[in-house]
Design a binder for this molecule. Structure first.
Ligand code: PEP
Ligand code: MG
Length: 325
């Protein structure tokens, strides 16, 4: 198996009928960086910046963050890296920050909500990312965006930092791409307002699925009650991919869904041409893409989503399809 994955490391992930699905890496700590080379990833599709904050003893200063982000960009070389701004709160706590007691932390003061209410933290992070990206391309995305105004406010922080750097004669990034994660269902119904403002969107399927089914992603008693390979989720993901094509904007997916070969296959069938996965999933998912007849899959998948038959398991049909391929 390992040898087989090593043999396809430098191959582009192209289906048998010639469609490329870019496979990026999810990362967050320095120990993840060697995986870029090892897996032959197209880039880093999700850099979870909070992991570095979670292992630190105190809040990392701008200079420390700058040093880290530079190392990440250096390790990636010419490959794109998408930094996600701090996603703390919910199940992710910083040991040196006061614990905030909330009835429902998953629905509480977390991610971009905290970032906008404590903009000093977000500003310092954005400044470090922009400085690390001097002379290169910088990609920044915001987690848990639920409203257009939140994206506007966060984007304004990036623009203010860019103005600051320009005024102080810092070397500027070559290009800055600003995107949002799609994790809150409300965003799915504001796409016509959102797409013109973003450079890209990235689905955080872990949170999006949790909120679509109202099922705690960490609670085993209910986590397996619903199948993600079912019409409601597949319809939501498909409509997002189609809107992205309509607006000519990249829509990618960086939740754990993309790390499971059968689910990744379904995502390709829904129109996703870029995914971000854990290092261990790279070989199995690439091997699946290389074996895939995408046209055939799409013909099989569409009717199951549009006219589901009672009792039919899309997962079972897709598994049989994958095994027959
Ligand atoms: C997600 O929600 O799918 C995601 C990628 O973010 P995290 O798992 O870090 O919450
Ligand atoms: Mg998330």
């Amino acid at each position: 198996r390992q040898a087989q994955y090593a043999a396809i490391r430098d191959k582009a992930a192209v289906t048998r009928d010639g469609v490329e699905v870019k496979l990026n890496l999810n990362a967050g700590l320095m120990v993840d960086l060697p995986f870029i080379e090892e897996t032959g990833a197209s880039g880093i599709g999700l850099f979870r910046t909070e992991l570095q904050f979670m292992v630190a003893n105190s809040l990392p200063r701008t200079a420390e963050q700058l040093d880290l982000y530079r190392k990440v960009l250096d390790a990636a070389g010419s490959r794109p890296v998408t930094f996600r701004t701090l996603d703390i709160g919910g199940d992710k706590v910083l040991p040196y920050m006061d614990v905030i007691q909330e009835e429902n932390p998953a629905l509480g003061w977390r991610a971009i909500r905290l970032g906008l209410d404590r903009p000093g933290l977000l500003r310092s992070q954005v400044r470090a990312m922009l400085r690390a990206g001097a002379g290169r391309e910088v990609r920044i995305m915001f987690p848990m965006v639920a409203a257009i105004e939140e994206f506007d406010e966060a984007k304004a922080i990036v623009e203010r930092e860019l103005t600051h750097l320009r005024r102080h004669d810092y070397r500027m990034p070559e290009r800055v791409h600003i995107g949002a994660m799609v994790e809150v269902p409300a965003l799915l119904f504001q796409l016509d307002e959102l797409f013109p403002k973003v450079d890209f969107l990235s689905v955080g399927s872990n949170d999006l699925v949790q909120f679509l089914f109202a099922v705690d992603r960490g609670n085993n008693r209910v986590a397996n009650r619903f199948d993600v390979l079912s019409p409601p989720i597949l319809r939501a993901l498909r409509s997002l991919a189609m809107k992205g094509q309509e607006y000519g904007k990249l829509v990618t997916l960086c939740g754990e869904l993309a790390s499971r070969p059968l689910e990744a296959m379904a995502l390709a069938g829904l129109g996703y041409r870029s995914l971000s996965l854990s290092p261990a999933a790279m070989g199995p998912v690439k091997s699946m893409i290389l074996d895939l007849d995408l046209g055939k899959l799409q013909a099989l998948l569409a009717p199951m989503i549009d006219q589901p038959r009672p009792g039919q398991s899309i997962r079972t049909v897709l598994r049989e399809f994958a095994e027959a391929e």
